[in-house]
Structures are given as structure tokens and as C-alpha cells.
Design a protein around this ligand. Sequence first.
Ligand code: SF4
Length: 532
Amino acid sequence: MFCNQCEQTARNTGCTTVGVCGKKGEVADLQDLLVHALKDLAAAAIDARSRGVDIMEAGRFTAEALFATLTNVDFDPVSFGNRIDDAAGLTSRLRADGSGTATFVPEPTVEGKIAQALVIGSPWDTNRDDDVTALQQTTLYGAKGVAAYAYHARVLGYEDPAVYEYLFKVLAAIQDTNLDLGAWVGLALECGKVNLRAMELLDAGNTGVYGHPEPTAVDLGHRPGKAILISGHDLRDLDLLLAQTEGLGIDVYTHGEMLPTHAYPALKKYAHLAGHYGTAWQNQHREFEAFPGAILMTTNCLTPPKDSYKDRIFTTGPVRFPGVAHVEDDYAAVIAKAVSMPGFTDSTQGTTVLTGFGRNAVLSVAPAVIDAVKSGAIRHFFLVGGCDGAKPGRNYYTDFVEKAPADTVVLTLACGKFRFFDKSIGDIGGIPRLLDVGQCNDAYSAVQIAVALAEAFETDVNSLPLSMILSWYEQKAVAILLTLLHLGITGIRLGPSLPAFITPAVLQVLVDNFGIRPIGESAEADLAEILG
Ligand code: SF4
């Protein structure tokens, strides 16, 4: 195996025997083989599209298959074997009109596919210039993030064939040895543009189906009763779970990136959406073990479950783990497990955090915010957030928020906020100093807030008193970073370490053109530099 797609990759170069995430070598090899099969499918889809053939099924399949290869999503070799067969089957059907035959034919068994993966090898042509490989990896990993957002939007009924066409374009490009560095820079920035569209679709889906988030206090405690914990990102899964548990005397608690779902009108209406339990994904072993009920894991952020709770955690959507029960839309098994568990016997309610400061909520108070900036009451905005991870060095983000001066406002999003989400840092004239915009999936909302503020001040985003201090962990963060670069946003501070797949020459391009820099040794020093 060779995998370097996330921030925790071994020795900051690549995982080669087993993933730091727990992914086994055979699964990494099958993921590579799936990408190989998807390249074939992409070529067939591009050809079919040129002949006016509908490619939506191939697009949906490709988005979900790429999503499955994200960090902490699918650990199951059987699942990848099935996806590889399905990719080859779709390719054959698209080729069935005589436009050529599929060049890749998978072995029938999982063991055969693992052996085949070893023969076909890594997606990366190591004979090429390292910088080209770095940009290929940046673009494919970003495209995986796009695929995740496209999947999330599609399950809510929102999709755009242009997003799928870009995924095909990237997959086809990886096997085109004629593309040089400049072509790959273009494909990487195009990834950012397409990701903006995918995030726009997801934003339209989330707000169209569940309403605009409203500022909402979320209880961090629990109350006596049977309980189900839902983690991951998918609002539709939560909606289904709430509808299926209504009136059963079971409380539903959110975990990790599900915290902002409490702010959506169509979800917060359920009285048994009882509160938020725990923190970010990397603490799930301890937090899931202690939870006295059933657990439903949606979308990404699963880590290999401990035996102590393996019989009461369920996966849904693209998430899979060998030996863990998988459910789709019907949560009867999850409910039955919760009923068989003791649930909470005590009450710890009373401590709350605020969420729900999406673009609609923030922009509804834009005049007050603008007045506060003009009067000097607000000196600076910081966007502090992104994917959280387990490596040391992430206390920087906690320090940064705690040490940010009292005349500054912190916008946050994604699970990076769990480093400081329960800190009381006060308000400025009634405007909370800590504003939770939402999940990593809500990065579109943060972009819209920045663009609207720039318009109000008749300037551009780079001229606003706004600095972005971002953390990254997996491939959705790569897609978001490429979107920020596509929008021309400069001066982003990124940490805790830079991606292993970025070469010094590519980093220099990012520094020269976008002013990207690593976070510094100390939050205090960075704050002093930013605020001058
Ligand atoms: S996803 Fe990250 S931790 Fe897992 S194998 Fe790949 S680089 Fe390693």
C-alpha cells in the first residue's frame, strides 16, 4: 500500500504497511484498484456524453465511490470488491453501443482483486516529475472532497451534471502523460471552482429541505432515558432517525459534526433531539465506549470501533466496517439496540453552546456588524476552523481563540471548533464573539458571509479585516482550500502541518501566488503579526 492523502499520514510521507487511520493494506490496494476502474468508467462516460448518452448514473456512482475512498469512511474489502465490479459493469454498459470495450476486467473474487491491484500498482506515475505527481494528488484528493459534497447534495435531490463531468475529467487526466505542470495547476484550481458549485448545491439542499439555521443553544448534557447517538454529517439520516424514533421515548443525541444540525428548523422541532454528546471524531473511542445506547455513524469520520461497542454501532450510507451492522434508511435495528441498552440514568443538563450562525443568521445582523466595524468596536474577524485531528500541535487553535483580543470576533466551522467550542469569550454589543457557522459541509456559508461583508464595505475579501486560520485533516479540507484559492483569497495560515503530497516547488507556487503560510510556533506571535 501507499497512501498519503491525509494529515496524519505516517512520518508525514505516506502509510506503507497499515494506515495510521486503521486502514489495512489490502483495503488501500483495493481503493487504488477502484480508482483504476473509475478511470475506465470516466473515459467511457466522457465518450458517451459526446454522443448525447445520459451519464448521470455513472456520475452518481463515481461520486459515491470516490467518497468511499476518503479517510475514515469505508474499511471493508468486500464493499470495495463490489464497487469495483459495479464500476466495470457500468463501463461495459456505457460501451455497449460499440464505442469500444472496457479495458479493465476485474478478477471475480476479493482475493483476486487484491492480487490484481498489486500488479496494476499505484495510481501515481512515479517516473514523472515529482511536482506533477504532487499536483495530480492534490487534484484527485480535492476531487474526492468534491465527490463527498456532491453525494451529500444528491441525497437531498440537488445535483449538477457539470460536477460529475469534472470528476470524469480528473480521472481521465490522471492517465494522460501529456499533461504538464501548468495543465495540472489549471485542473487543481478548477477543482476549487467545481467544489464551490458542489457546496452551493449542498447548501441549497440543506437549507431548502430543513430551513436556514437559526442561532440555537444546544445542551451538552443528558437526561434520563434510552438514547441513540448519531455522528457524521448527513442531515437526511438524522431527519429519518428523528422521524422513526418520535414517540418511542428514546432521546437522540448528536456527536461531532452533527452539532450544527440542532439549528435547522425542520430538525430542532423534534423534542427528543435532546442535546450534543462528546466532541470531535478523534475522541470517539472514549466517547462511544461511555455512551449507554446505540450509535449510528453516517458519512465520514469512523475510526475502527473497539470491541466494547462494536455490537451497538451501526453504519449507513457510504460508511462500512467489517463486522459492523449496516443499515439504510430503516433504523429498526438501531432502535431495538437502544431499547435493549440501559440508556442514561442521571441528568447533567444545563451547560449549553451556541450554534446556527449560518449565512442567513449572520447577514440578518449585517448592519449591526458593519456599524461595529466602522465604530472600531470590532477590530478584526478571524475564521478559525477546519478539520480536527489527533496529532500534537492542535492546541494552537485553542490558544489562538483564547488569546484573541476582546475587540475581535471568531467565526468557526467544522470539527476544528471542538478545540474551543465551549469557551465563553463574551460578546461585542450583543454580537457573540464566537460564531459557529456550521459543519465543514457549510464552508459555502462562510464564503458567502465573507463575500457579503466585502460587498457591504465596497472592497474585496482580501481587503477585509479578516484572517483565515485553518486546520486540515482529510480530503474535504483539500477541496475547500482549493475553493479559497480559486476565489483568490490570500494569506491563509494552514496547520498543524502541511500536506505530505506538496513538494517544495508546489509550496513555493502557493506562497508566491496566494501567500499561504504554515501556522506559527505560537498563537500569540501570529496574533501579534496579524493585528500589527
Ligand atoms: S487515509 Fe491517512 S492515515 Fe489512512 S492510510 Fe491514508 S494517509 Fe494513512
